[in-house]
Ligand binder design. Structure first.
Ligand code: ZN
Length: 461
């Protein structure tokens, strides 16, 4: 048999083992793998020289701001940046500046944009707000992977969900066995603490004190209670606090069906060491203390925290430094999609001895399983889509956002100038390189929409 592509001499990470071997691709799927001397013919063959081959990363939490603020990030540049960062699939967030995914019309608009512009595979979150509950079922049937709610104010075009609405929305999502995702910060506590600190000059420490860990834990706690009562599958977005991981672990022991995501910034940045970044590191939930940052790692390493989401949200200088000088009005969020995987490889695998299989589960497999994409996505196995990336774990390079493929190149964010010892060399989606040696290799529109296959997942238990 003649294959389309063979990559050999690669350190391959599967669910069962890590081995030095080869991987063969036909028609965009993994057709063969092995560690013995391969016998093959291939149109294209590549010596990986012992580099790491990992299942394509799945971002459970990017914001591409399309439609509405394409100058910050759009689907074309955002998916290029994602590919350069090892991502092969994104689950795009619904709260776009214009036409958030509240109904089928907004879904169709985003789908049409992505079909023209995305370079990697994608699926969409739907909005969970008090005003679109009747749209959940049609959006679910259209292929939304989950429904995202905010428990705090999230802008005028995306109504937040108070406790009554959270309960009602979860009842509805549970009726079709869907996933309810939530940005978890208790609104009453955030308002109270923000008021308490409103006279102090703004700083990252004041930002944390205004939206403290107890506000996040309170919202998580309430959501866990409602998940228990409704039987709804719950996804906690971008958790920043170790205390939340402990509560989630104990809820799981009681049978609550909950998974949780964290972000590279909560594992590598804190309001103390990064105080100099000011509003450029202003994110919600806020960066926490150095101590909480370090304690969060325990739950990534032991598997309590299921996924890495980037919460990628680039902004322009005028968004981050409001013209009137009121730093409290600065936009919250930061870019991360091209550097999140190198950060976890560096700080997790290299510096904290995170096992490679745990890394693959955290960055890919767990999300594929939860969101109905497995076994098509999320693993290196015969029959899966040939989505993977090669990493050189023994190199030296300096990150700059000026070289990013992102739509906006503002370089005042964290990680600017950071030296890495691991580097993503190439990223492949369905057997074709999308990114290789610093160059984008596919055209906009190469990416495909992925519809979750809930039924086949159910059969596998
Ligand atoms: Zn977000």
């Amino acid at each position: 048999m003649k294959y389309d592509l063979v990559i050999y001499n690669a350190k391959i990470v599967t669910e069962e083992e890590v081995f030095l071997g080869y991987i063969c691709v036909s028609d965009g799927k993994i057709a063969a793998m092995g560690s013995d001397a391969p016998v093959y013919e291939a149109a294209q063959s590549l010596d990986a020289k012992g580099m790491l081959l990992l299942p394509g990363a799945i971002d459970t939490h990017p914001h591409f701001f399309e439609p509405g603020a394409e100058a910050r990030e759009d689907l074309e540049h955002g998916t290029q940046a994602a590919a350069s960062g090892g991502f092969t699939t994104i689950l795009d967030m619904p709260n776009t500046p214009e036409h958030p995914v509240l109904d089928l019309e907004a879904f169709a608009l985003k789908q049409e944009r992505a079909e023209r512009k995305a370079l990697i595979d994608y699926a969409f979150w739907g909005a969970a707000t008090p005003k679109n509950i009747e749209q959940f079922v049609p959006l679910h049937k259209q292929g939304c992977v989950g429904f995202k709610a905010f428990t705090v104010y999230a802008g005028s075009n995306y109504p937040f969900s108070d406790e009554y609405s959270q309960l009602k929305e979860m009842e509805k999502v549970a009726s079709f066995h869907g996933i309810f995702g939530a940005h978890a910060e208790d609104r009453t506590l955030v308002n109270g603490f923000s008021n308490e600190h409103k006279e102090e000059p703004w700083s990252l420490a004041v930002h944390d004190a205004s939206r403290p860990w107890i506000a996040e834990l309170t919202a998580i706690n309430t959501l866990l209670l409602y998940a228990e009562k409704t039987g709804c599958k719950l996804h906690i977005c971008h958790m920043s606090i170790p205390e939340g991981a402990e509560r989630i672990a104990s809820a799981r022991r009681m049978g609550v069906d909950v998974t949780v995501e964290t972000c590279a910034h909560y594992l590598t940045l804190n309001y103390q060491d990064q105080a100099y970044l000011g509003t450029f590191a202003m994110i919600n939930p806020p960066l926490r203390s150095r101590d909480r940052m370090e304690r969060l790692w325990k739950y990534v390493l032991d598997g309590t925290i299921d996924y890495l989401g980037t919460d990628h949200a680039p902004y322009l200088l005028s968004d981050k430094l409001p013209p009137d000088g009121d730093l409290r009005k600065a936009a919250c969020g930061a870019p991360e999609i091209d550097v999140a995987i190198p950060l976890i490889l560096e700080e997790g695998v290299r510096n904290r001895k995170m096992p490679l299989q745990r890394f693959a589960a955290f960055t890919s497999t767990n999300a594929a399983k939860r969101f109905g994409l497995y076994p098509r996505k999320g693993i290196l196995a015969v029959g899966a889509d040939a989505d993977f990336y090669l990493v050189d774990m023994d190199t030296n390079w300096t990150y700059s956002r000026k070289n990013s493929f992102s739509a906006s190149k503002l370089d005042k964010f964290a990680h600017e100038g950071r030296t890495f010892h691991c580097r993503i060399v190439s990223t492949w989606v369905r057997g074709n390189a999308v990114y290789r040696d610093g160059v984008i290799k596919q055209k906009p529109g190469y990416g495909r929409m992925i519809r979750p296959e809930w039924d086949s997942q159910k059969e596998k238990g």
